[in-house]
Design a protein around this ligand. Structure first.
Ligand code: COA
Ligand code: AMP
Length: 634
């Protein structure tokens, strides 16, 4: 695609989208080029590249081998928790993916079937995703930190023929057996997958059920390599569940064609990467960042990607990031702010950078939560490359707003603290007030995207199109609701100030307070509760439970808190960081009995708020303040 200035690209994408995205589509290899660039799918949803035939795994691997790059490195597995560093060339990776794809066929997985992947950050996880893509099966990766009931919910929704897993994950020095969680999830789920394949790890081999379970190594060895099958551009590549405002996660559907085109475009235009570069996204394959920028984006572009099974700190120290960048000659690094806050806490002067040559690094990209100005300023002080905040969501699969480093005039717009830059081509971004009126500079409101959305954005929610329409398109017809609040300044820079709904962001992990409330409310001492996110210096936000006890319950606040903490860990996972529960006599409600969550959120966060005119009893707000004061004093 021709390199344009940012303004040229942005304008072209909105004024002549068909021509713009046709040009982007010509940059990937199709088995059959699409017969249309944009079409209506019959449900009123704009879909991209109708009639195009391609294969995403083939784009990510085979085409680089065919271009003579088979001996170049595609995947670098770096695992400080096991002491292993292993490199896979494109040729080696394609051979394993083709064999696993064949082995999937042997256990009855075919085009369109779903496969749940519940795995730690090991090469088999990447191979699993690409093997599914190779045969047109739809993967649904579930973050390894989720507890059994969350995995069960996703199994019931995706209805997989097979689950691919591993015997354990490793968190710092702790070995976490996966198999008991997986067995429990399958027991809880109504839907029973026919087969479970387990990659055995020496740290904690799992016991296999001879009727249902297979050992990955022998299963893969018996598989016969198969070629990539052509799929339609509109065929789903994956489902990725994300938290919404209710307890039930939403299955975001990603199609093959739009996704491949958008990611390929983003790798050049946003990240300024070319084939042969080394790209490292320090996320987890269970999140969208892992899907887009550990697996598909870099490989489609022909870059080497780093799969890091470690943490920014304590594996073994706060110099881990610098060590990985230097050792693997990383050119572009992408991470969540919380990771650098953890590093800053332990090594405020970045002394552990000493001895690591990080001159290979060209850009540092940040996303997952707001890059708070103090962390931004600290990063600018300790690294000598552009620090770029960019904003996106599971639903889009790539950045909505960024400073684009691969446009012709990348230096024309300096970064500003607290801002993820300007909207990326394809996204017609607006700020609306509660009544749908467009707001001007410096006015904060709901951040929305005027339809149609660009390639890669979700066309539906898995098996629930009504929910797609309701969650994203009903609030302001014709506009996609991002769920984030923010404003633009006089120079058009965007500022994302946080969620305006019941979603919270804990250490870059997206969680629904509704889901947490369901768990807390399930405790037999709890009459009712509200869970809200409160600002936290390390994690961005952490959940806080406000709990009303049933009459006659005899539990100390500490005992109740400990039980609730354990309950959330068992039902959702430790990564939810639910550690605080405060007893209150009542919850603030409207006269019609609705809990005033938005008001509670602002109150506990110390933000300014107006007491709603609909409140039944304003004294309930003072009761919360008193309870929080008492909790802090303890
Ligand atoms: N499997 C099992 N448990 C997990 C887990 C996983 N994959 N990930 C986290 N946990 C557990 C942790 O071990 C910890 O357990 P503990 O309470 O028993 O100690 C708990 O969940 C809290 O985890 P977290 O808040 O993530 O803290 P941490 O100290 O483990 O890690 C960071 C801190 C900054 C490294 C980590 O939060 C991080 O990398 N966040 C970025 C997330 C991200 O990439 N998001 C995508 C957008 S870019
Ligand atoms: P997820 O779908 O898990 O990627 O989470 C998406 C949400 O994370 C967004 O809706 C935002 O609330 C938040 N988020 C992601 N990136 C940023 C960013 N750069 N700045 C502010 N918030 C962000």
């Amino acid at each position: 695609m021709r390199k344009r200035t940012y303004q040229e690209a942005y304008r072209a994408s909105l004024q002549t989208p068909d021509a713009f995205w046709r040009e982007a589509a010509e940059d990937i290899d199709w088995f059959e080029f699409p017969r249309a660039i944009r079409s209506d799918d019959g449900n009123g949803v704009c879909r991209w590249f109708e009639g195009g035939k391609l294969n995403t795994a083939w784009l990510a691997l085979d085409r680089h081998v065919a271009a003579g790059r088979g001996d170049e490195v595609a995947l670098i597995y770096d695992s400080p928790v096991t002491g292993v560093v292993e490199r896979f060339t494109f040729a080696r990776l394609v051979a394993r993916v083709a064999r696993v794809a064949g082995a999937l066929g042997d256990i009855g997985v075919h085009k369109g079937d779903r496969v749940v992947v519940y795995m730690p950050m090991i090469p088999e996880a990447v191979i699993a995703m690409l093997a599914c893509a190779r045969i047109g099966a739809v993967h649904s990766v579930v973050f390894g930190g989720f507890a059994a009931p969350e995995l069960a919910t996703r199994i019931d929704d995706a209805k997989p023929k097979v689950v691919l897993s591993a015997s354990c994950g490793i968190e710092f020095q702790n070995v976490l057996p996966y198999k008991p969680l997986l067995d429990e999830a399958v027991r809880l789920a109504m839907w029973k997958p026919g087969r479970v394949v387990v990659a055995q790890r020496p740290q904690c081999p799992a016991e296999l059920d001879p009727e249902r379970d297979l050992d990955w190594a022998s299963w893969e060895a018996a598989g016969q390599p198969v070629d990539a099958v052509p799929v339609d551009a509109w065929d789903p590549l994956y489902i990725l569940y994300t938290s919404g405002t209710t307890g039930k996660p939403k299955g975001v559907v990603r199609d093959n064609g739009g996704h491949a085109v958008a990611l390929n475009y983003s790798m050049g235009a946003i990240y300024d990467c070319a084939a042969g570069d080394v790209y490292w996204a320090a996320s987890d394959i269970g999140w969208v960042v892992g899907h887009s920028y550990i697996v598909y984006g870099p490989l489609i572009k022909g870059c080497a990607t780093v799969l890091y099974e470690g943490k920014p700190v304590r594996t073994p120290d706060a110099g881990a990031i610098w060590r990985v960048i230097a050792q693997h000659r990383v050119n572009v690094f992408f991470v969540a702010p919380t990771a650098f806050r953890a590093v800053r806490k332990e090594d405020p002067e970045a002394l552990l950078q000493e001895g690591h040559d990080i001159t290979c690094l060209r850009h540092l990209f940040i996303a997952g939560e707001r890059l708070d100005p103090p962390t931004y300023e600290w990063l600018k002080r300790i690294v000598d490359v552009p620090v770029i905040d960019h904003w996106w969501q599971t639903e889009t699969g790539w950045a909505i707003s960024a400073k684009m480093m691969g446009v012709a005039d990348a230096d024309a717009r300096p970064t500003k603290a607290g801002s993820p830059g300007h909207p990326v081509p394809g996204y017609d971004l607006r700020i609306l007030d509660e009544d749908g009126r467009e707001l001007g500079p410096e006015q904060e409101g709901n951040v929305v995207l005027k339809g149609p959305l660009p390639p890669s954005a979700l066309p539906t929610v898995w098996q629930d199109h009504d929910r797609y329409l309701e969650a994203y398109w009903s609030r302001y017809p014709g506009f996609y609701l991002t769920g984030d609040g923010g404003y633009r300044d006089a120079d058009g820079y965007l500022y994302i100030m946080g969620r305006v709904d019941d979603v919270i962001n804990v250490a870059g992990h997206r969680l629904s307070t509704g889901e947490l409330e369901e768990v807390v409310a399930a405790h037999n001492a709890v009459a009712e509760c509200a869970v809200v996110g409160v600002a936290d210096a390390d994690k961005g936000q952490v959940p806080l439970g406000l709990v009303v006890l049933k009459d006659g319950v005899n539990l100390t606040p500490t005992a109740l808190r400990d039980e609730l903490v354990q309950l959330v860990r068992r039902r959702i996972g430790a990564f939810a960081n639910f550690k605080r529960a405060v007893l209150v006599p009542r919850l603030p409600k409207t006269r019609s009995g609705k809990i005033l969550r938005a008001t509670i959120r602002k109150l506990v966060d110390g933000a300014a708020f107006k007491v709603p005119s609909t409140i039944e009893d304003p004294a309930t707000l003072d009761e919360i303040k008193t309870a929080l004061g008492g909790d802090e004093a303890r």
